[in-house]
Design a binder for this molecule. Sequence first.
Ligand code: CAA
Length: 394
Amino acid sequence: MSYDPLTPEQRELRDLVRTLAQERIAPRAAEIDASHEFPWDVVEVFREHDVFALLFDEAHGGAGTGTLLALTAIEEVSKVCATSGLILAVQELGSLGLKLAGTKEQKERYLPRLASGEWLAAYALSEAGAGSDAAAMRTRATRRGDAYVLDGQKRFITNAGVASLYTVFAKTDADADHAGISAFVVEADAPGFDVLRLEPKLGISGSTTGELAFDGVEVSAENRLGEEGEGFKLAMRILDRSRPGIAAQALGIAQGATDYALEYAKTRVTMGQPIGQHQLIAAKLADMDTKCEAARGLLYRFGQMADAGVDGPALTKASAQAKLYCSDVAMEVTTEAVQILGGYGYIKEYPVERMMRDAKITQIYEGTNEIQRLVIAREMLSETRSSTLASARP
Ligand code: CAA
């Protein structure tokens, strides 16, 4: 049994997603990985069963069931297919700018289409020379009357070419550093917008990762999210809420690998007994399960905090801790799963090598784990609390 703080209603929805994942997505996972093709059929499954709605509030066509449940949905899907779990995580990432800073009109225009899954979304922050140092971006947005003209390129953008709506960050004031960045929503059919190329990758092969070009793309000022100069802070606030989606993906991968290795260890016999009875394998299984449970604790804690309306530094820290720990656990646990299966773990007939390849990116995207440690330490150092030492002083 895993830690499960869901209400009976939430559990029912989570179990529906679990069944969908096992019956409709798991049989496709190896093929999606091998074909390197975006799984539109999985998007169709999510649309048919209103899975995208779990990410949105009722006022905009969503289910209004909150963050914790949305995270468990991503976890369930990622247990069987990390590419498919990422479709949900990035729908959230690409929609959060509208949710957090959109006007009533912007929300009404776009959120229902994202909640139904008619449109997919993407988040365009990174550039060739601006990854961890997001503020170093060079894409410009120049005001011209009632519009802005966007020029530049974005790199490593998940959902490139499949998204209909991009949240794009660009410099409206080239001299102003962080305060010179603004955010926009850009529709994929805007003239001058193009996807230059898609990257071949180690894992999450069915997901597109691409380079975007903005060549004189005219965007109405009505499509600016928030005020001019507020884009960097919005980008950070979005990541605070989206990184746990990657944590959920990572936990799903880790749990999927643990479950598979456990079943294998029960049935694979060496030296006259199932390998799970050998102490060295039993110890690996125990560590894998314990790490998954600890990761789940951090992730669900974030979900509960978000659902309780917690904001600010406490949420930032909880988000970074969930992303950091779940993704490190995913890498450790999937590597051990491959080890438990031995030679079988290394070949593509079994799913654990795919899980190991898929796990790696969770330590890198939406902020490397080095950046997560930086964020956590910064929050710790700026926290004002009376330490034991201080309070013990006379
Ligand atoms: N919430 C609100 N405001 C925040 C904030 C937060 N979480 N974090 C920082 N800010 C504010 C600061 O308070 C500061 O405001 P003032 O100027 O008013 O003081 C301002 O933003 C600048 O902050 P910093 O000085 O901390 O900025 P920095 O340049 O040192 O950067 C960083 C901080 C944490 C390293 C940040 O650049 C970062 O998170 N980098 C990683 C970027 C990232 O995660 N990229 C992922 C791309 S998306 C992707 O991978 C997705 C995909 O396709 C799947």
